[in-house]
Design a protein around this ligand. Structure first.
Ligand code: ZN
Length: 460
């Protein structure tokens, strides 16, 4: 049953909280009016104010956009924090991750994704970009429906009510001069033509609130000729193009060995770095590479990156170059987009022994909040992320009496949100003006947790 059937909503609705974030500031005595899931206007008309649903001691802001997730990695949360070698790194973590990836059945994929998306919704995330690369059955045999696992992910998102951009991921090889890795067999589609045909098939039958983009996994995992074909396909269909870029030094060294160029230099030479392109991570880059990314978007994933020992995104270089920055929960070890936002700044503070670095003037919180919302929506080519007439009505309300926000006023609330918001403050979440979280709960939450717990018992 679709969520719309369980949450009947009149086509036209109005919402009247204490405060609404209208893009530059918080305003009071203002109603947010929507029709058929689209924001139509802000109104001070007494008739609109009288009709609107009152949301006492709450503030409305746009929902957060989580641009980069691997939902299935939720199963290894809490299972990779013991030492397995003399020197544990991203690469030893990856061995555990592959082990899990190879044991998740299609049914389990649905339950795991529902758990991840439910937690996202509870965290105020209204849109997820799911970078989806587990395509095939164990051993690499395609399912009779080659998009079976992608459809399980989409079904999970539909159950939660969250908006999803499924970023179908091309994965071809272990790496330059590397023998095939059996741990990657479920990811691999050897021919670009098949990858594009599978993507077209999926695009033809999408549920509501779902779109598709494409994601060559990385310069390491996709050879150049294949990458060119996928990039040309994305360009001709105006699809978002996402790619892991320079997450680890070894990836940079491999690209230098194969091409004599660093990953961003190669993508620049190939003419791939345009406004539809999002580089995931972009940690180990030179100032010159940051310049090449100036017309594109970078998705930083600081909560995941700190867990994996990846390093910190040089956000000061990237913002100065003109790049858009957005955020992703990546491995889903923790799901909190504003924690990602504050870490982007805090990593620089720790390294440079300064404060308020990502701010040319006084708008640090505005810049980070825009990254958590509007820049993410732009990366996924979606008409959301901003509360404005004509945009999708995806928004959340926070409880101004929550201890993490208590004492904030209209002038300081954005700083409170960006630097101090706890999930306990998130009361309601709407997508297309339909409530998917009410009073801090999802209607399926108990069942979802129960089913996920059963999956974990079978895996570990
Ligand atoms: Zn990733």
């Amino acid at each position: 049953m679709g969520i719309a059937n369980l949450f009947p909503v009149t086509p036209a609705s109005g919402f009247l909280p204490d405060l609404i974030y209208t893009g530059e500031k918080f305003e009071s005595n203002l109603a947010l009016c929507t029709e058929h899931g689209i924001i139509t206007r802000f109104s001070r008309d007494p008739a609109d104010l009288a009709r609107a649903t009152r949301l006492p001691h709450q503030a409305i802001v746009p929902g957060f956009v989580n641009v980069h997730s691997h939902a299935f990695q939720r199963v290894i949360r809490g299972r990779t924090e013991t030492r397995t070698s003399d020197r544990d790194t991203f690469w030893t973590w990856r061995v555990s991750m592959y082990h899990a990836a190879n044991r998740v059945s299609p049914e389990a994929m649905f339950h795991v994704a529902r758990m991840a998306f439910c937690e996202m919704a509870l965290s105020g995330i209204t849109t997820v970009g799911e970078f989806h690369y587990v395509h095939h059955a164990e051993g690499g045999r395609p399912y009779p429906d080659r998009n079976l696992l992608a459809k399980q992910i989409l079904k999970a998102a539909e159950d939660i009510g969250i908006r999803i951009a499924l970023l179908r991921t091309a994965y071809v090889r272990a790496g330059w001069n590397k023998a095939p890795d059996p741990g990657q067999s479920r990811f691999i589609t050897p021919r670009a033509g098949d990858f594009i045909a599978d993507t077209e098939t999926l695009r033809a039958a999408l549920p509501p609130r779902a779109t598709v983009g494409v994601a060559p996994h990385s310069v390491r995992a996709v050879p150049l000729d294949y990458l060119r074909q996928v990039a040309a396909y994305a360009q001709s269909h105006h699809l978002p193009l996402h790619m892991h870029v320079s997450e680890q030094p070894a990836e940079v060294e491999a690209a230098l060995g194969e091409y004599g160029l660093r990953p961003v230099e190669l993508l620049h030479r190939e003419g791939i770095l345009d406004e539809r392109f999002t580089a995931i991570h972009a940690i180990h880059i030179t100032p010159q590479e940051a310049g090449y990314l100036g017309g594109s978007t970078v998705c930083a994933c600081p909560t995941s990156e700190r867990n994996l020992g990846d390093g910190a995104v040089p956000a000061d270089l990237l913002y100065n170059a003109g790049a858009q920055i957005c955020f992703g929960s990546d491995s889903n070890v923790q799901i909190d987009i504003l924690e990602d936002a504050r870490l982007l700044e805090y990593d620089l503070r720790m390294n440079q022994l300064q404060r308020v670095i990502l701010s040319p003037s006084d708008d640090l919180s505005k810049r980070l909040f825009r990254s958590a919302t509007a820049s993410g929506a732009a990366s996924l080519a979606l008409n959301t992320g901003i509360l404005a007439p004509g945009r999708r009505a995806d928004f959340i309300s926070v409880d101004l009496h929550d201890p993490s926000l208590a004492g904030a006023d209209a002038g300081s609330l954005l700083d409170h949100l960006v630097f101090s918001l706890e999930r306990t403050a998130i009361r309601n979440v709407w997508v297309d003006a339909e409530p998917i979280i009410r009073d801090g709960r999802h209607r399926l939450q108990d069942e979802i947790v129960q089913q996920f717990t059963a999956v974990q018992r079978s895996l570990w």
